[in-house]
Design a protein around this ligand. Structure first.
Ligand SMILES: C[S@@+](CC[C@H](N)C(=O)[O-])C[C@H]1O[C@@H](n2cnc3c(N)ncnc32)[C@H](O)[C@@H]1O
Length: 224
């Protein structure tokens, strides 16, 4: 009996380490496993990112960004949307290397600029952008207020921020989210976004049922 208990505890400890590893890779894809995770993210999150790019509403003169682009699905979609210049910001070296290979023509042509950086300290000038998308990233940001202040800083007046997040109640049922994910209620996110200076915040749903993603579409006020 004791033997079986010991075996079960060991199996649970291994399962826990696996879940912690998945959570770590989602928060910062690294190495070979990170490259696999990037491809899985591109497939799984595509519908959300397609919707985010559509509401970002990039015109032919727009300068836009995908922050925390992971496998790069958003970079490709922003380039296809016809925006003049696309910026990608990532803290994962593995994802930056992957995107550098995959989009080498767009980088050489000057339409895509990749930057190493974090949401909380963006390597972009004040009022540089017309629109930003950032999907499935803010669970990994401890200081949400600092990140939102940065996002507001780099957007022009009337600029649009599109944040894609999983439904926190549904995400809390995924066992890996117990390992360091910050699953903030949507009402808390909306309050923090307004606090950072965004005027309009719409919560649109992408997908069906309670598991539908939230697309928080946020606009800065016009210049005074
Ligand atoms: C779960 S993946 C999402 C990738 C992609 N946006 C998507 O929806 O498929 C999270 C990505 O955000 C990046 N990330 C995590 N924390 C970040 C931060 N503080 N600033 C910028 N990027 C961050 C990670 O390196 C990772 O590539």
């Amino acid at each position: 009996m004791e033997l079986r208990g010991g075996w079960l505890n060991e199996a649970m400890a291994i399962a826990d380490r696996v879940l912690a590893g998945i959570a770590r890779q989602l928060g910062e894809p690294t190495g070979f496993a990170g490259r696999v995770v990037g491809r899985v993210l591109n497939r799984g999150n595509r519908p959300l990112v397609v919707a985010a790019v559509a509401v970002a509403d990039c015109g032919p003169t727009a300068e836009v960004a995908d922050i925390g682009f992971g496998g790069g699905v958003g970079l490709g979609l922003l380039l296809d949307s016809g925006a003049a210049v696309v910026h990608g910001v990532e803290m994962s070296e593995t994802m930056l290397i992957e995107a550098n290979h995959r989009f080498s023509d767009d980088i050489a042509g000057g339409r895509l600029c990749l930057h190493a950086g974090r949401l909380e300290s963006l390597p972009l000038d004040d009022s540089a952008l017309d629109a930003i998308i950032s999907t499935n990233t803010i669970y990994f940001v401890p200081d949400l207020a600092a990140a939102l202040r940065e996002l507001a800083r780099v957007l022009r007046p009337c600029g649009r921020l599109v944040l894609g997040v999983g439904d926190p109640d549904q995400m809390s049922k995924m066992p890996f989210t117990r390992h360091g994910f910050r699953l903030r209620p949507i009402s808390e996110l909306v309050s923090a976004i307004r606090e950072a200076g965004f005027e309009r915040v719409d919560d649109r749903r992408v997908g069906d049922g309670p598991g539908a993603f939230h697309l928080l579409v946020c606009e800065l006020p016009a210049a005074e």
